[in-house]
Design a protein around this ligand. Structure first.
Ligand SMILES: C[S@@+](CC[C@H](N)C(=O)[O-])C[C@H]1O[C@@H](n2cnc3c(N)ncnc32)[C@H](O)[C@@H]1O
Length: 284
């Protein structure tokens, strides 16, 4: 049903979808129903949708909520979406034309999106700056697995640490390639992401994480030494950096990066930040 409707609409408007723009449109009714069910919307919800396309998710979201704010970058697609909403008499959707990574988001309390994959990372980090109840998001499977990975697992990464510290993230279900038109090269997965109330990650923490994960298999003290430029732009010599690292908790600096959990990395970054502030004061 959805597959047929999608092909007909695209044909009518002579639109060829472009994979490079992340245009893989959901054509599986069952998956659509599962996404909507997991969103658990009510009539006071304001839903943010990134990459609305021709409205596959937008229409059921509009039916179940008070309002949908729908971002779409492709002008041709925006025209189809607006026409469709007009024809169906749907008036509670605000279509925002443009690049969602660069535009301010108006108020929303839930997010439901089948994300364009090339902006998965910037959009996820951008969402962390907003206050909302939860998000139901479709990602490439590999990215979703990295989001939920735990210390010691092979795909544990900087992204996993940030997600563990700032959110509760759960992989809800996998989605096969043939659920889309055109089918993407890799499978997808739907994630539920709930922001934690008191996010503790500041820029220093993010930089510490970046430095550590450049040497994921090394001991964390060694990783910090080798990538210290990611943390500070002070031009410190190697001996000074080594001395600073020696003052950190040795139980943590002797551990391999991929085995550290988010709280341990937070401890490293806090201790290091304090030491750096002390160093700054002493050296003017
Ligand atoms: C994976 S499709 C999802 C379409 C529809 N929501 C669905 O589920 O079938 C992603 C959509 O995001 C749009 N898009 C790509 N990059 C974007 C960006 N930076 N900002 C807003 N929309 C973007 C694409 O044009 C495409 O329509």
């Amino acid at each position: 049903m959805l597959a047929q409707e999608t092909s007909q609409l695209l044909k009518k408007h002579q639109i060829r979808l472009d994979r490079r723009k992340g245009q893989n449109y959901l054509t599986n009714d069952h998956i659509l129903a599962k996404i909507i069910e997991n969103a658990q919307l009510n009539d006071s919800d304001v839903v943010l949708e990134i990459g609305a396309g021709i409205g596959t998710l937008t229409l059921p979201l509009a039916e179940k909520s008070s309002k949908v704010v729908a971002f779409e970058q492709d002008k041709r697609i925006v025209r189809v979406l607006r026409e469709r909403l007009h024809e169906l008499g749907i008036s509670n959707v605000e279509v925002m034309e443009g690049d969602a990574t660069k535009m301010e988001f108006p108020y929303f309390n839930k997010v439901v999106s089948n994300l364009p994959y090339q902006i998965s990372s910037p959009i996820t980090f951008k969402l962390l700056n907003y206050n909302f109840d939860y998000a139901i998001l479709m990602y490439q499977l590999e990215f979703a697995q990295r989001m939920v990975a735990q210390p010691g697992e092979s795909n544990y990464s900087r992204l996993s640490v940030m997600m563990n510290l700032c959110t509760h993230t759960e992989l809800l279900f996998n989605v096969p390639k043939n659920a889309f038109l055109p089918p993407p090269r890799i499978s997808s997965a739907v994630i539920k992401l709930t922001p934690k109330k008191n996010p503790q990650a500041d820029k220093f923490f993010a930089n510490t994480c970046r430095a550590l994960f450049q040497h994921k298999k090394k001991k964390s003290g060694k990783a910090l030494l080798q990538s210290f430029h990611e943390i500070s732009d002070l031009n410190l010599d190697r001996t000074t950096i080594r001395d600073l690292i020696l003052k950190l908790d040795p139980e943590l600096t002797e551990e391999r990066v991929f085995k550290l959990n988010e709280k341990e990395i937070l401890t490293i970054s806090r201790e290091l930040k304090e030491l750096m502030e002390g160093y700054d004061e002493k050296n003017g």
